[in-house]
Design a protein around this ligand. Structure first.
Ligand code: DGJ
Length: 671
């Protein structure tokens, strides 16, 4: 038996690399809940075992994690050793394939990182048709309730669940990108406990839950090889992406906290950088970018307390709209008649840092780049190319394309004093040359190389990940971007739901959000400025409205909100999150706790039904995770932790007061 230990959980592997136990410290001390005690009729014991990694040929009934074309695998277990976590070596005599499996708790967290390395030690090429990262087994004696996040443009991170008693449930992307449709996230509820799986991969992927008939659900996570096998020549190796698994005794909200802690770990020392309040021009000016127009916005932004001014799409040559220009990353002299450098200096002279939008993996057919390099875009051999949003996707897996993107970004970031880069990606890959091996892997690996290069060569630049809203949000991006853009839908009530889904899997320090005047697509009811600031302040605050149209009164209120937010953002970005309300009860607040400070963002998303005009009781927000014996002060009022958790923090909403930011400070307990 091999046990690895996380902050509060442990993971124990037993005989023949089967899972013995996974749960709180001490859970392994007893018989395994996975062992099959009844008779195994008409099956082999291996067919019902909670195998950690299933090579094709050894496990015919539920899906395999690893398969090769034209062969079955018989992997003999070699050494198992504690080695930065746990390592197991396996070998297939017939093909010469070696497999190394890895397990490791990310330091200071409860997230088990798992991955596999496949090496071809034989003398013939081997075509891998399945290349999973890991399988996680969960005891589900009466079937599994699976939770996942689905979406589309403007509706990302929608939580949904499905009851799986037997058979299989699959989510994924075959689009060469994480995708709008599903997040690489799955949670399994088993009573109060919950198990979560995420995959750190930004290309095509799949997560499959297989529920057997005897009360075991096995979740396979890995790349989806929808473009064909990955071929390993003799001597070559491939490493899978990390599949991350986490256990929580506190259900889905507890899982969310575990994911937040893990993403803070992934951010490392960059978590300590203050995430600045940005202004973004997209909703105000779209492609109609001019120096004068942007400087007018920057003037107001500076007066509101904004710290970074980001010029979105439309700043480069040949870009009057989305039909042309992508690939030609030179500022448009017609839009910046005094030069782009002078424009950037003028923004910075207002006390703002400068940010710029790019979409470096893309090209419009109408561009100089495409005229020069028509062969740089993806194409299925001999077949027509497909444009989406009038653009093609560059084959970033090519070294010349990689060098072009790297040099373009280096040039922009060294020519101008740019502090913030918004990296967009507005179309999926729709075709690929199947004769080329592992296009998906080559693209994704070069994307990571580029993001890693940015951090090394331009460490002070904040990178925002974006993909037509939230189509590229996953753990691998969370490790390489400072913030991400969850959705283009910024309308208050629509975004409230999107952000709630986002926070179930991802941390607030990543969640970029703007205050805008946008109308809802799904729920058009307007909300106050306070509501919109509370909402956008739940992560990394930005403003995206046309603020030149805001009245003096609105500007003054906005400036006060920016100031309040700055006073609590460290708690929001690094605090422990409890989402208050739901399931069954509408979500009505998010609580962030860091040391002695508690910040509650609360809102009324309901009908604003004039309750304030009739005798009514206050709404109570039951806070979580406080010290029951301690006292918490809000202004001149002091509550016991016990009261705040059991009776709740009182709030009262009116048609004009529909949201608030409430900061409480813990004071020493009374003896
Ligand atoms: C899609 C992004 O999600 C938007 O925020 C904006 O940057 C546009 N692209 C620009 O084309």
């Amino acid at each position: 038996m091999w046990t690895i230990t996380g902050a509060s959980t442990e993971y124990t592997i037993g005989d023949q690399l089967t899972l013995h136990a996974w749960g709180p410290h001490g859970v392994s001390d007893g018989p395994s809940p996975y062992s099959f005690s009844g008779k195994v009729q008409y099956l082999l014991r291996g067919d019902v075992a909670a195998v950690e990694y299933a090579p094709d040929g050894e496990r015919p009934f539920l899906g395999a994690d690893l398969a090769v074309a034209g062969e079955v695998l018989t992997l003999a277990l070699g050494e198992v050793a504690f080695d930065d976590g746990l390592r197991a070596d396996l070998h297939d005599e017939r093909t010469g394939l070696s497999l190394t499996l890895r397990w490791r708790f990310a330091p200071g967290t409860d997230v088990v990182e798992r991955w596999a390395v496949v090496h071809n030690g034989g003398d013939a090429p081997v075509a891998l048709t399945r290349l999973g990262s890991a399988g996680f087994s969960v005891p589900t004696p009466s079937g599994a309730t699976l939770h996942y996040l689905w979406g589309q443009w403007a509706q990302e991170f929608t939580p949904a669940s499905v009851r799986l008693t037997r058979g299989c449930f699959e989510i994924g992307s075959a689009q060469g990108v994480t995708g709008h449709q599903f997040s690489p996230y799955l949670a399994v509820e088993n009573g109060d406990a919950a198990y979560g799986i995420q995959l750190a991969w930004t290309g095509s992927w799949q997560i499959v839950a297989d529920a057997d008939v005897a009360g075991l659900t096995r979740i396979r996570a890995g790349r989806q090889l929808s473009d064909g096998p990955v071929t390993l020549s003799p001597g070559e190796s491939v490493t899978t992406p990390i599949a991350a698994g986490v256990y929580s005794a506190d259900g889905l909200d507890g899982l969310a906290r575990q994911w937040h802690a893990y993403e803070r770990h992934l951010a490392g020392e960059r978590l300590g950088r203050t995430r600045k309040v940005i202004y973004n021009s997209w909703e105000a000016t779209a492609f109609d970018v001019t120096a004068a127009g942007q400087l007018a916005l920057a003037d107001v932004a500076a007066s509101l307390g904004v710290e970074t001014f980001v010029v979105d799409d439309g700043w480069f040559v040949g870009r009057p709209d989305d039909h042309s220009g992508l690939g030609d990353w030179t500022p448009d002299p017609a839009k910046f008649p005094d030069g782009f450098g002078a424009f950037v200096d003028a923004v910075r002279a207002k006390g703002l840092e400068f940010g710029l939008w790019v979409e470096p993996e893309m090209v419009n057919p109408k561009s100089a780049l495409y005229s020069d390099h028509p062969d740089w875009v993806y194409q299925a051999s001999g077949r027509p190319r497909t444009t989406i949003r009038n653009q093609y996707l560059l084959n970033l897996g090519r070294e010349d394309v990689y060098a072009f993107v790297r040099d373009t970004l280096d040039r922009l970031l060294t020519t101008y004093p740019i502090s913030y880069l918004k990296w967009d990606f507005n179309r999926p890959r729709t075709e690929a040359d199947r004769a080329v091996d592992d296009l998906d892997g080559a693209h994704v690996r070069n994307l990571y190389r580029l993001l890693d290069h940015l951090r090394a060569a331009h460490p002070d630049v904040t990178v925002e990940g974006c993909a037509a809203g939230g189509a590229r949000v996953d753990l691998a991006i969370a490790a390489r971007a400072d913030v991400v853009w969850p959705s283009d839908n910024t309308a208050p009530l629509d975004r409230l739901r999107i952000q709630d889904g986002f926070l179930s899997a991802h941390a607030p320090h990543l969640m970029s959000s703007w205050v805008t005047d946008s109308e809802g697509m799904f729920d058009e009811r307007q909300r106050s400025l306070a509501f919109r600031f509370v909402l956008a302040g739940a992560g990394v605050l930005g403003i995206g409205a046309d603020i030149t149209r805001w009245s003096a009164g609105t500007r003054a209120s906005a400036a006060a909100w920016v100031e309040r937010y700055k006073g609590v953002r460290d708690v929001i970005h690094r605090g422990v999150v409890h989402r208050i309300g739901g399931p069954g009860q509408r979500r009505c607040a998010v609580q962030y706790t860091l040391g002695s400070r508690v910040v509650v963002l609360a809102w009324n998303a309901g009908g604003l039904d004039g309750l304030d005009r009739v005798p009514a009781r206050d709404i109570r927000l039951p806070l979580r995770g406080l010290d029951p014996a301690a006292r918490y002060r809000h202004g001149s009022v002091s509550y016991s932790g016990s009261h705040l958790m059991a009776a709740g923090l009182p709030v009262r909403w009116t048609p004009t007061h529909d949201a608030d930011l409430i900061e409480l400070e813990r004071t020493p307990a009374l003896l």
